[in-house]
Ligand binder design. Structure first.
Ligand SMILES: Cc1cc2nc3c(=O)[nH]c(=O)nc-3n(C[C@H](O)[C@H](O)[C@H](O)COP(=O)(O)OP(=O)(O)OC[C@H]3O[C@@H](n4cnc5c(N)ncnc54)[C@H](O)[C@@H]3O)c2cc1C
Length: 300
């Protein structure tokens, strides 16, 4: 028997589902609650000829002002969270800060750095999210990916070839990370784990803007250094504004939505930064943030 297809909603605004609060609506929008529902939605999208987009917590995307055609699948319904001994399985929709806090309460150390990354397990695995010199790939034992052809693939972290803000999954934008298994090590008193998390949060507050309306770092740090934020700062771009899109004065690799910024304004500001940094320092800044729908091809 076919799995039932979850509700598909028409013209759902995406701006409130992104941290930047920018972008138009999804033509169609659904929240699958199981792997069966994911596959049923894949099938439906294929039969209707709808392009497919994936959304986590929208903390690393810029949605176009015209919105997204086809079907946007939000992974927030994939919420498995189950521990067996030294392994933990988490669904793609589990928020990274929640994962970190729940493990801290269980007395499992090593996940503290995830608390300040406001995304999901699925998107975090895809991009190998990280902070303070730690990366999510270092915690993984297995990853499950659903493909539009109806297959469920399993990968070890080594097979994903993780690097700085990258895995091989970036080359397959139509593959949906549905869940991951983490290795739990480093038992410790929850109180001291929580104390370390508070310390990291305090460090973040000193270097990052207070406004939640950003996507975190817009650009990757160039491999040969210096950091993207420093280059943008030295190019004199702190505070540069196009409409309501503003380069943060506190951390130049952040672009803030200071009011009613549009995707067009953010894109123009990003292009201006790339041009200035190239002209001044000969460095081509590579975007970390994903443009939807443009980056659907996986090249960004
Ligand atoms: C204030 C702030 C601080 C941040 N700090 C950090 C940091 O320290 N380190 C860091 O690495 N990042 C940081 N980020 C960026 C962001 O939180 C991460 O990249 C996070 O992993 C994105 O998760 P998300 O669920 O919000 O993804 P989304 O923005 O919803 O999606 C990002 C991309 O992943 C795709 N995607 C989403 N879910 C899946 C899935 N299940 N399978 C396949 N593809 C999927 C989307 O289609 C899109 O292309 C920060 C962001 C903010 C706003």
């Amino acid at each position: 028997m076919r799995a039932s297809v979850p509700d598909i909603l028409p013209r759902v605004p995406l701006a409130p589902r992104t941290t930047w609060r920018i972008g138009g609506p999804a033509e169609h929008f659904a929240v699958p609650r199981s792997l069966e529902e994911v596959f049923a939605l894949f099938e439906l999208a294929a039969s209707r000829g709808w392009p497919l987009f994936f959304l986590g917590r929208g903390s690393n995307i810029l949605v176009d002002d015209a919105g997204l055609p086809g079907l946007t699948l939000q992974v927030g319904g994939l919420t498995e969270f189950s521990r067996q001994g030294d392994r933990l399985r988490a669904g793609a929709g589990v928020a990274l800060p929640r994962l970190a806090r729940r493990l801290a309460d269980m007395g499992v150390a090593g996940f503290e750095f995830l608390e300040g990354i406001p995304g999901t397990v699925g998107a975090g695995v895809r991009l190998n999210a990280g902070a303070w010199g730690r990366e999510i790939a270092g915690l993984l034992s297995r990853v499950w990916v659903a493909t539009p052809a109806g297959r469920l693939l399993e990968f070890t972290p080594a097979e994903l070839e993780p690097g700085y803000r990258s895995t091989r999954l970036l080359a397959f934008p139509h593959w949906l990370v549905v869940g991951a298994e983490f290795r739990l090590f480093g038992e410790e008193d929850p109180v001291s784990i929580r104390a370390r998390m508070a310390e990291l949060a305090a460090r973040r507050r000193t270097v990052q803007p207070a406004s939640p309306r950003s996507c975190g770092s817009v650009f990757k740090n160039p491999p040969q250094g210096p950091a993207a934020g420093r280059l943008i700062d030295e190019a004199g771009l702190k505070g540069r504004r196009l409409g309501d899109a503003v380069v943060s004065r506190k951390h130049a690799n952040f672009i803030l939505n200071a009011g009613r910024a549009t995707a067009a304004q953010v894109k123009a500001l990003i292009a201006l930064i790339q041009e200035e940094v190239w002209r001044r320092f000969g460095v081509a800044l590579e975007r970390e943030v994903v443009f939807l729908p443009e980056d659907l091809s996986g090249h960004h």
